[in-house]
Design a protein around this ligand. Structure first.
Ligand SMILES: Nc1ncnc2c1ncn2[C@@H]1O[C@H](COP(=O)(O)OP(=O)(O)OP(=O)(O)O)[C@@H](O)[C@H]1O
Ligand SMILES: [Mg+2]
Length: 289
């Protein structure tokens, strides 16, 4: 019986408290799962399985992600891409029926044993497919996280807000109206505001889950340029249904299908005429999926 994460344990309880989310299951004795790290791997995933109730949706996958690489994840709908991201930063804990086994190490630390799950989620930023903003001003949307972290000096907050908005390619469009409501921006602008918010946590790893689903091609290309810059400072995991986006941006791409890795390799191989697996060629070229 594979060992399960706290999400499964929580699910079996008849009720759970806030504490379960804040410091889940750290008191249980857990047999450490040792995973050898390859030289510059920042994330190592070993035999990861995920089930929602009785339905297993990720079937024992293993791979690693190198520091400062853009790691593309492609695959048809329901192949487990979003679920995989949620395992990385343990937002999967919010789904009581989720059962996870295997190991994920980030910077050598097993994520299920981290003492501060909030710190883990700050370290691994997440940008959702549709913009998720606070119903506050543009400025406050970005200043929220630094303020929560204790930053109160106006000049420092101004600096970080400007920096994050610049990194998200939004500064020039909003610098004269930072006090307006974030929700009044266009869809594409709100998505960039979501990216700025994710950056305000100063993540070391940035996960983007189909960030361009609701934005126009020009804005998409601007954000893609931003991502190429950001990878100097962080590792980027790019989940995308646009296979050409992974081709343009990702150093390596993983093709996930029905919760299994069909192929993982350099993007120039995955998107070539001769990837290792015929299915990869067919998916990338729109023959199925
Ligand atoms: N909270 C949940 N409860 C039960 N089943 C879920 C839950 N979330 C996802 N699933 C199931 O897990 C499988 C993988 O879903 P997931 O959202 O991870 O796929 P995806 O590759 O991100 O798909 P898409 O490209 O449509 O976003 C699907 O069969 C989905 O129905
Ligand atoms: Mg998804």
């Amino acid at each position: 019986m594979p060992e399960e994460w706290s999400a499964g344990r929580t699910a079996r309880a008849t009720s759970f408290s806030l504490h379960d989310f804040i410091a889940p299951a750290l008191h249980h004795s857990i047999t450490p799962l040792f995973v050898a790290m390859s030289s510059d791997a920042q994330i190592v995933v070993k035999d990861l399985r995920l089930a929602y109730g009785r339905k297993e949706v990720i079937h024992g996958i293993s791979f690693d992600i190198q520091r400062n690489e853009i790691f593309g994840v492609i695959g048809p709908s329901q192949s487990g891409k979003t679920s995989l991201l949620r395992c990385l930063n343990r937002t999967i804990d919010f789904t009581p029926e989720a059962r996870v086994s295997g190991a994920i190490q980030v910077d050598g630390e097993d994520v299920r044993r981290v003492k501060d799950v909030f710190a883990l989620r700050r370290k691994i930023g997440m940008v959702a497919p549709l913009p998720v903003g606070l119903p506050t001003s543009i400025y406050d949307n970005v200043a929220f996280a630094p303020r929560c972290a204790g930053m109160s000096r106006k000049d420092q907050l101004d600096e970080i807000v400007e920096q994050c908005l610049r990194q998200a390619a939004l500064w020039d469009e909003v610098k004269d109206r930072l006090d307006s409501l974030g929700t009044k921006l266009s869809g594409g602008q709100q998505q960039r505001l979501t990216i700025a918010r994710a950056l305000s946590h100063q993540p070391q790893i940035l996960c983007l889950d189909e960030f361009s689903i609701a934005i126009d091609p020009v804005t998409t290309m601007r954000i893609e340029a931003v991502l190429k810059e950001l990878r100097k400072d962080m590792t980027i995991i790019l989940v995308t249904n646009l296979t050409q986006q992974a081709r343009r941006l990702a150093d390596r791409t993983m093709f996930l299908w029905n919760g299994e890795i069909v192929e993982l390799g350099p993007s120039e191989v995955i998107f070539s005429e001769h990837p290792a697996n015929r299915k990869t060629y067919e998916y990338v070229n729109g023959i199925f999926g």
